[in-house]
Design a protein around this ligand. Sequence first.
Ligand SMILES: [Zn+2]
Length: 140
Amino acid sequence: MSDTKEFTSTAFNEFLSEKKLMASQCKKCNAKYLPPRSLCTRCYSGEVEWIELKGRGTLTAYTVIAVGPSSMIEEGYDRKNHYCSGIVQLDAGLRISARILGVDVKNPAAIKIGTPLEVDFLERGEGENKKTFLAFKKAN
Ligand SMILES: [Zn+2]
């Protein structure tokens, strides 16, 4: 892969806006990192590269949130309109936390660990304020 962006959360978010879920991978030992890191913590190599993940995985943990941060309140989530945040075990062997869509937040007990998920990209805001957030939805 010829992408030369630095291995930062800023670059990770830029890739999200291109609807790409990117991790870093060590060229020496193939360890993968998400969020991306510029230094391999397994073999201490600084030779890492960007890899694009397919964005499929399963739900391993979740929480339904009633009182979220201000960014979520602005989106209309509150005590009456909950949202789900979870940890996704990706098929690539990595874990990441993200918003979980398409699950029944009114009945959290019905949300199943192991639910197959696929990546989704949520766009919020307009123009310069436009941001893309990582989310996962139930896979078909
Ligand atoms: Zn390594």
